[in-house]
Design a protein around this ligand. Sequence first.
Ligand code: GDP
Length: 196
Amino acid sequence: INLQKATFTISAPDIRSLPAEGGIEVAFAGRSNAGKSSALNTLTRQKSLARTSKTPGRTQLINVFEIAENKRLVDLPGYGFAKVPMEMKKKWQKALGEYLEKRESLKGLVVLMDIRHPLKDLDMDLIQWAADCNLPVLALLTKADKLKQGKRNSEVLQVRKKLAALNADIQVLAFSSLKRTGVEQANNVICQWFED
Ligand code: GDP
């Protein structure tokens, strides 16, 4: 499996528009601005596979990228926008909830969190949910280049410790798209999920 083979398949407003179930999907989720698009571009070594720094509202589609036959990366809508009315949030987040709850092809979840403020309520909700349904999680602590090494390591250890309490299949890595930190390890975890 080579993530660099990723090609855009579809942007879906809801799960009915997704490719037929079957095969393996690894989904990427995170608060808006966590660095999800950058991570997807970095892992696939494609500059603009997932668009970065989009305005909220244009990001609420489920974007699907095919890696190989029946193996797909899925870019889920970001959550936790600050400046958006509740009603709009609800409508937007419907696709996210539906995908997570219903998609049988989902075999692994990458959760992107800014290393400077990880494990916010919505992140914890998502990770707890994944733990409850035995879905493996890779937590990428993004923008690791923003912290000095000591602080970076202590953040990783702290997050690992908190998540270890869930007794689930959860891996935690420091990640930087800018410096390519953690890219190889993250790639290995994701490729392993595709091979299982
Ligand atoms: P998304 O909303 O989660 O898709 O986030 P983006 O990938 O669009 O990134 C949000 C912002 O964080 C942009 O301004 C990126 O340039 C910045 N960013 C993303 N990854 C990194 C990183 O590894 N290091 C630094 N310093 N900035 C990053």
